[in-house]
Design a protein around this ligand. Structure first.
Ligand code: EPZ
Length: 420
């Protein structure tokens, strides 16, 4: 296992390049199952989750090759229709193969994912989506077994207790692309990653309208062909780097990012007193003093992203007063708070709300990462804290941030990866 050793406080300054979006690439790789011909995906981020998706596709007989950052996926020939427990339990996004396998082969067996560090994560809306397309769905020995061919278009409302679902919208959109007739997804997720998946499916020959709005319409086609695509930049990594600038009172230019995808994030950074300039595919973030208190409530896009809640909690932990952060998307996503408190933060959790009394400075400590974004929050806290911070279990971080220590080290952080 690896850990990070961070010596703080440091002030970050310079230019740092953001990577391609993990959460756009994962469903796009699964969508390659919809065609027999080769698909080529450019600028793939070199991440553990991307490796896991490649491993899953290979385990089904798909040919996956990576040269530099270009991945070629060929799902011709004999394809297994099963996603095994061993892979799905490591990465929930394995679920994205359900829709494509079902639509192309009329048969998909995908293990149920089991527990998750950020709270209960049901898959009922994924199943509701494919059932509305005429699939028969059974639970057998821990696996969802979905059958039915041809699928037929249907109208469905994919809304759960916390609003729309990114994953269920994506899965249903992929399956509906090869169903007979028209599908209407109501209460669809509007995230940029859903729009990007639609863009890739359209490049494969799908007929989709309304992506980015709550009503997506798909006219099924008989077959999809191979396509070449470059997915969008990672808005969550860009937001994390922006917080790195603000928490260290530094000045960072973040390149290869899409400021339009970060409206709510930029708004909260400015409320916290940071200066944010936006340009074509870049952001410049600087801060000169402790953050002002801010109220944040996470929400589906275009609201404030749950995937940046932990990082902003770390920032507001050194704010000049009391901030309130409410987590509305995943009910138990506060594991980072106990670790931040071990670094001297004063944060109380009450149900879905964290009340943060800002302290002047955090102090370095040994802390343990519990999930991807919680890990990022602890690294950010370590950059601002006085003394040495050791972030253990950074395999969580490697799932979604490519070489974060090199990117931060390149702009002045004293951070080192150590194997233990
Ligand atoms: C995606 O997860 C992202 N993962 C998550 O990023 C992100 O936090 C989340 O969307 C919300 O933005 C990927 O894109 C791979 P949801 P997903 O279905 O699709 C409930 C990260 O750190 N729900 O939109 O699984 C669910 O419990 C990760 O990069 C149901 O009730 O999220 C949650 O409360 C973590 N039934 C809400 O909907 C379902 O069938 C939104 O979840 C599905 C979801």
């Amino acid at each position: 296992m690896d850990k990070f050793l961070i010596h703080g406080p440091t002030r970050l300054e310079g230019s740092v390049a953001n990577s391609t979006a993990k959460n756009a690439v994962l469903p796009i790789l699964a969508a390659c199952l919809l065609a027999e011909e080769p698909c080529v995906i450019h600028e793939v981020p070199l991440l553990e989750d991307v490796n896991t998706m490649a491993r899953l596709l290979r385990s089904m007989g798909v040919k996956v090759t990576l040269r530099r950052r270009t991945m070629e996926i060929v799902a011709g020939g004999d394809i297994e229709h099963t996603a095994d427990y061993d892979i799905v339990r490591k990465m929930r996004a394995s679920y994205y193969v359900l829709g494509p396998l079902l639509a192309r082969f009329g048969d998909a067996r995908v293990s149920l994912p089991g527990g998750c560090a950020i709270g209960p994560r049901p898959v009922d809306l994924h199943l509701k989506g494919i059932a509305a397309l005429g699939a028969e769905v059974k639970l057998e020995h821990g696996y969802i077994h979905a059958t039915g061919r041809p699928l037929r278009g249907g109208t469905m409302l994919l809304e759960g207790a916390s609003g729309p679902s990114v994953g269920a919208t994506a899965n249903t959109m992929m399956a509906a692309s090869l169903a007979g007739g028209e599908t209407v997804i109501e209460a669809a997720a509007c995230e940029p990653e859903v729009i990007d998946l639609a863009g890739f499916l359209i490049a494969m020959g799908a007929k989709i309208e309304g992506q980015g709005t709550p009503v997506i319409k798909i006219k099924g086609v008989k077959r999809l062909h191979g396509a070449e695509y470059r997915p969008i930049p990672d808005r969550i990594e860009a937001g994390t780097l922006a917080v790195a600038a603000a928490i260290t009172r530094g000045n960072l230019e973040i390149t290869n990012c899409e400021p339009e995808h970060l409206t709510a994030v930029i708004d909260r950074l400015r409320q916290a007193g940071a200066t944010v300039e936006t340009g074509k595919r870049r952001l410049i973030v600087s801060a000169g003093k402790r953050p002002e208190p801010v109220t944040i409530a996470t929400a589906p896009y275009p609201g404030f992203p749950t995937d940046l809640q932990a990082q902003f909690t770390a920032l507001l932990a050194i704010g000049r007063g009391a901030s309130v952060v409410t987590e509305n998307v995943f009910e138990a996503r506060f594991m980072h708070v106990l670790e931040l408190n071990r670094m001297g933060a004063k944060i109380d959790i009450n149900g879905r709300t964290a009340v943060i009394q800002g302290v002047e400075q955090l102090s370095g400590a040994q802390v343990m990462a519990s999930d991807l974004r919680a890990s990022a929050a602890l690294v950010l806290a370590g950059l601002a804290a006085r003394g040495d911070t050791e972030v253990q279990r950074i395999y969580h971080l490697d799932r979604g941030y490519e070489s974060l220590e090199l990117k931060l080290g390149g702009v002045g952080a004293k951070i080192e990866r150590v194997s233990y």
